[in-house]
Design a protein around this ligand. Structure first.
Ligand code: CLR
Length: 378
């Protein structure tokens, strides 16, 4: 039934909200949503999902051949999808509307070294507010592996669902013990947000994403959800192509929320066990630009269903931001990014994207690329 997952008192405002989305395209963050759908977590925290399988990330470097490493990159990537796209459903009951980061907002943390796999660190910075762009850098320095990426979204509405096109990509770099460097361009899938009418939104993935390596290996990942007549939620089929053949060297099928297998029936990914969440410093020790500190009062209001406080505190932050932008303009001193810098062109993207079937290469939008200057990718 319509509005099934919505508290009775918010049903009409939910219907209004869904109708507003339907006649809207662009930045969803500007739409006022009913309280029950608000999340106390900012989008700057989302890049941490890339890091929740530190063991698999570190193990990429242990691959003995180019083919082996291509498979390990794919295995790690598929294993992060469940965290990326179902965590809000698992922890909050449905997909929610995240807090819209302010310019300069940061999210920093790490995963400890366990059994010699090495310490993994994450740096996230909101590098643009209009349009919202988030840049991140995940690294396991002792293993010589890093992931550099940036993220933005374009949303539209189609037959009852929100369609989210992800703008941006990630670049994984491995520094092999031999001194050789390998790079992997990771493109991002398209999202459909279903279940809106019932007030219990969830993400389904669609179409294709790719992992193109400087070694010539290419992985294609095709996403399928539950169709009207058949199919299973959250399904995918991945194929790995070696540079020397047009026939797939490996085919893997399954669900990114549970398990997948290769054509011999051998398990390839299994995310039914626990994942490792990021370690962050205690709130009291966080800097004023760190996401959880910055949004502390808003988040508390949302968590305690004190929405008056939440919206008052949110307005305070937004007004402070507006004033700051005015002052910067007047003084002629624009905001300075702390960890990332804007680059006009991503050479690695330009080179590696050529491996992907040219008709489906996601067109990289100008002005969206940011890099961590001292990163080995830069
Ligand atoms: C951000 C980058 C992460 C993967 C990811 C997962 C869920 C996406 C999120 C990204 C962007 C914001 C998003 C969210 C799901 C819902 C939310 C599209 C791509 C929108 C803004 C909220 C819509 C509001 C409804 C829930 C009513 O690596």
């Amino acid at each position: 039934n319509a509005g099934e997952g919505v508290p009775a008192s918010q049903r009409s405002s939910w219907t209004q909200f869904v109708k507003a989305i339907a006649s809207f395209s662009g930045d969803l963050s500007s739409l006022t949503a009913p309280p029950f759908i608000l999340s106390p977590i900012s989008l700057t925290e989302f890049p941490a999902y890339w890091g929740e399988h530190p063991q698999l990330f570190a193990a990429i470097v242990d691959g003995k051949t180019e083919e082996d490493r291509a498979l390990r990159v794919l295995k790690w990537f598929i294993s992060t999808l469940k965290g990326q796209y179902t965590t809000r459903n698992d922890t909050m009951g449905s997909e929610k509307k995240p807090l819209n980061p302010v310019l300069g907002e940061e999210f920093l943390g790490h995963w400890p070294d366990v059994n010699g796999r090495g310490r993994q660190t994450l740096v996230v910075e909101q590098v643009s507010h209009h349009p919202p762009i988030t840049a991140y850098y995940l690294e396991n320095a002792s293993k010589g592996i890093s992931l550099q990426g940036h993220n933005a979204q374009k949303t539209s509405f189609s037959s009852g669902s929100i369609i989210v096109k992800q703008i941006g990509h990630a670049l994984l770099t491995i520094n092999l013990p031999s001194g050789k460097k390998e790079k992997y361009l990771i493109t991002l899938p398209r999202l459909r947000i279903d279940g809106l009418w019932y007030g219990s939104p969830y993400v389904e993935l669609s179409e294709m994403s790719y992992i193109a390596s400087s070694t010539g290996f290419l992985s294609t990942i095709e996403y399928k959800g539950k169709g009207y007549f058949s199919g299973k939620y959250h399904s995918f089929k991945a194929q790995v192509f070696s540079p020397s053949s047009s026939r797939a060297a490996h085919t893997i099928e399954g669900q990114w929320t549970t398990t997948s297998k290769d054509t011999h029936g051998v398990v390839f990914t299994d995310v039914t066990g626990p994942k490792e969440t990021i370690s962050t410093p205690p709130l009291a020790e966080m800097g004023e630009w760190e996401s959880r500190k910055l949004w502390e009062k808003v988040a508390k209001g949302i968590r305690e269903s004190d929405f008056d406080t939440a919206s008052r505190e949110k307005s305070k932050i937004e007004n402070e931001q507006r004033q700051r932008r005015k002052d910067e303009l007047a003084a002629g001193t624009p905001w300075k990014l702390k960890y990332f810098e804007h680059v006009d062109k991503d050479q690695d993207y330009a080179e590696l994207a050529g491996l992907i079937d040219s008709t489906s290469v996601p067109t990289e939008e100008d002005g969206y690329i940011y890099r961590k200057p001292e990163s080995p990718n830069a």
